[in-house]
Design a protein around this ligand. Structure first.
Ligand code: NAP
Length: 302
């Protein structure tokens, strides 16, 4: 028995080294990508912004069917028509992901009309973009309902069938703000941090479920309508990401079964600095980079 424990203790660091080596090789060399030809992809908030680009990218990379959820029918219809014209079967359904009953009801409709969803993309989100004292309670609740709880409902609706089929993938379009908050978006940062914990827990919880994986994408500021008006101090140094690139990297992460993607990769530096720098030094970084005041000019969707 003692010998067994000693054996495990010696093997453990070797195992960790092997994992690091394997991940480095995967990062450097092209690896095998999952074929999407049999996959049915559902994207929440698929009518516009990053969601729209995700829908187009999944269709381009060969997904069998694409399903869009959102609240604004006009955007959903336009995106759906654009995708259908490329030859990929596309459907849309009006569904507010913050409304639990609506999610379960529409999930049933999707199963009956389109079939089993094998890739779920939790992308829908809102930002109220105010400090705690300037936010009314309803607005704060709405963000948590859509950004955090919405994922609970959609995942509960579609994951059981993925587990039965031993084929599925749950994706969360999160934000770098889940790991490093800014003032003036307290509702959003809180919801994204909670959503990160949800995905971390889910990813580990599914380790023993063959064929079912998770991906969490953590993008920096991206050029969509969501954060309109937000201004960083050095836009040349920290330009917003192109939503097309975010979509491409997300589809690639699903196809390579990558658990966490930080965009751009340089944001890892911020995460590392946060783990050891004193708070006073971090505050200077926030002030210098302008993230301390970036939400002062925030307009959001007009
Ligand atoms: N833009 C950025 O700088 C940035 C950075 C990092 C991460 N992200 C993340 O990327 C994702 C997409 O954001 P985006 O930039 O594309 O923002 P966006 O252009 O504002 O799009 C948000 C999408 O969510 C949908 N949505 C909002 N509330 C919904 C609800 N209750 N039910 C269903 N759909 C709903 C919207 O559609 P309807 O209005 O029609 O419902 C829209 O399609 C979000 O999770 C966001 O947090 C964005």
């Amino acid at each position: 028995m003692d010998l067994k424990i000693w054996g495990c203790a010696v093997l453990f660091p070797v195992q960790i080294l092997y994992c690091i080596l394997k991940a480095s090789v995967r990062w450097l060399l092209p690896c095998k990508r999952k074929d999407l030809g049999a996959e049915v992809v559902l994207i929440t908030g698929g009518g516009r912004g990053i969601g729209r680009h995700l829908a187009k990218e999944f269709a381009k990379q060969g997904a069998k069917k694409v399903i869009l959820w959102g609240r604004t029918e006009k955007c959903l219809k336009e995106t759906c028509e654009e995708i259908s014209m490329t030859g990929t079967e596309c459907h849309y359904f009006v569904c507010d992901v913050g409304n639990r009953e609506e999610v379960y009801q529409q999930a049933k409709v999707v199963r009956e009309k389109v079939g089993d969803v094998t890739i779920l993309i939790n992308n829908a989100a809102v930002v109220h973009g105010k400090s705690l004292m300037n936010s009314d309670d309803d607005a704060l609740l709405k963000t948590q309902h859509i950004n955090t709880l919405g994922q609970f409902w959609t995942t509960k609706a579609f994951l059981p069938r993925m587990l039965e089929l031993c084929n599925g993938h749950v994706v969360c379009i999160n934000s770098i703000l889940s790991l490093s908050s800014i003032p003036g978006a307290i509702d959003y940062c809180t919801s994204k941090a909670s959503s990160f914990a949800f995905m971390e827990s889910l990813t580990l919880g599914l380790l023993d479920c063959p064929g079912v994986g998770c991906t969490t994408v953590l993008p920096f500021h991206t050029d969509t309508e969501m954060f309109q008006g937000m201004r960083v101090r050095f836009p040349q140094l920290f330009p917003p990401l192109n939503p097309e690139i975010v979509a491409q990297r997300t589809v690639d992460a699903v196809r390579t079964n990558t658990a966490f993607v930080v965009l751009p990769w340089t944001m890892h530096i911020l995460v590392i600095l946060k783990s050891f720098l004193p708070q006073s030094a971090l505050e200077e970084i926030y002030k210098f980079s302008g993230s301390y005041t970036c939400m002062n000019t925030f307009k959001g969707r007009t």
